[in-house]
Ligand binder design. Structure first.
Ligand code: PMP
Ligand code: GLU
Length: 398
């Protein structure tokens, strides 16, 4: 059977694939420590679960409006005003089955053959393939490790062509953990305004910032961008709700309406019960998220310290998200017994097989020579995992 050409051009999400591999090993009784997947290990808050139970009991189990219930759109509008100083109307908001789904709908609504979409590298694994699935071309802008992998005004301006349609910006970033200051966003905003480019701002890691860093949305930094910007966010990370599948986006009415049409012809509404739960999440006391972030902060310091003690590994302190992003270039071109380990993929495979720790190779993030290590795991597990990694690395020969 011949599959459509567009499928041949894409690969399964590397993060989800690794997680499946780690789970399969665990199911066989193998003790794997999973630093693979980016999902908080905290439980969804009780208030949120109760809202879902209430919705279920009240029979809120039917189709809803395809782009989400009014009550949730209102809670999203409140959230943007409260946390980001952004004013939207409900008809500028869509609720989808996860932020990933909002991003996909956006790609469907905006991109077509001939369009170039700028992505600073390293990038989250799904951006390029979502663009390819819609026949457009991802154009990667290499950033520099010495500059915290941040996109600059000059780097951005240098890659714009007459075909450039949009930029995808992710702050705080998966996988690098870097985040943009208000001033850096203003500078990028100036280029976007001048060239009239769309910006898709993925802010799903918004609450996960450390050392007093303040998250700013690029639209708040340059309010004139509002007519050409879409902000994407969700409750997966902020409220430990990855399985509930609720994300949302806000932007110009026409784009949101187009996304809603796409959604109405594909998934219909996001799960009705999860929507009620998301209302409770967005109105929850911020202490839930703050407690979680404080715990992540301890883990961040611990894992970065341990990684830097491993010969051949260097790891900067990430400003945000919940990933350590060590440079392992010095471990490449090594060997384990007779097996050559040439790439980050090889090292990640080796660590899974030999050390029984699941970490994601930087390769699918456009970051050769790096690993992405999620520290969404309790401290004792981080300790054990790092012991295993240190031991496995000590067995490598150059
Ligand atoms: N953006 C980034 C950068 C992510 O890491 C993820 C992974 N959860 C998402 C979007 C999508 O999240 P979800 O679909 O669970 O809302
Ligand atoms: N975004 C998370 C990650 O990067 C979850 C997996 C996925 O959606 O790809 O690990």
């Amino acid at each position: 059977m011949k599959l459509a050409q567009r499928v041949a051009a894409i690969r399964p999400s590397a993060t989800l694939a690794l997680s499946a591999k780690a789970k399969a090993l665990s199911a066989k009784g193998i003790d794997v420590i999973d630093f693979g997947l980016g999902e908080p290990d905290f439980d969804t808050p009780e208030e949120v679960k109760n809202a879902a139970i209430e919705a279920l009991r009240a029979g809120f189990t039917k189709y809803t409006a395809p782009g989400g219930i009014d009550e949730l759109k209102a809670a999203v509008v409140e959230k943007f005003l409260r946390d980001n100083n952004l004013r939207y109307e409900k008809n500028q908001v869509i609720v989808s089955c996860g932020a990933k789904h909002s991003l996909y709908n956006l790609a469907q609504a905006l991109f077509e053959r001939g369009d170039e979409v700028l992505i600073p590298a390293p990038y989250w694994v799904s951006y390029p393939d979502q663009i390819r699935l819609n026949d457009a071309t991802p154009v990667f802008i290499e950033t520099r490790e010495e500059n915290h992998f941040l996109l600059t005004r000059d780097l951005l301006a240098g890659r714009i062509t007459p075909r450039t349609k949009a930029l995808i910006l992710n702050s705080p970033s998966n996988p690098t953990g870097s985040a943009y200051t208000q001033k850096q966003l203003e500078e990028l905003g100036d280029v976007l305004l001048e060239k009239r480019l769309i910006v898709i701002s993925d802010e799903i890691y918004e609450p996960f910032v450390y050392d007093g860093f303040k998250h700013t949305s690029i639209v708040a930094a340059r309010p004139e961008l509002k007519d050409q910007a879409i902000v994407v966010n969700g409750v997966s990370k902020s409220h430990a709700m990855t399985g509930w599948r609720i994300g949302y986006a806000a932007g110009p009415k026409a784009i949101i309406a187009a996304m809603e049409t796409v959604q109405s012809q594909s998934t219909s509404n996001p799960n009705s019960i999860a929507q009620k739960a998301a209302v409770a999440a967005l109105r929850l006391d911020p202490r839930f998220t703050q407690t979680m972030v404080a715990e992540f902060d301890k883990r961040r310091r611990q894992i970065v310290e341990r990684l830097n003690q491993i010969p051949g590994v260097t790891c900067p302190m990430p400003m945000g998200a919940f990933y350590a992003f060590p440079n392992i270039t010095a471990l490449q071109d090594s060997r384990w017994k007779d097996r050559p380990l040439k790439t980050a993929n090889d090292i990640a495979d080796y660590l899974l097989e030999e050390a029984r720790i699941a970490v994601v190779s930087g390769d699918p993030f456009g970051a050769p020579g790096h690993l992405r290590i999620s520290y969404a795991a309790p401290l004792p597990l981080i300790e054990r995992g790092m012991n295993r990694m240190a031991e496995a690395v000590s067995k490598l020969k150059s």
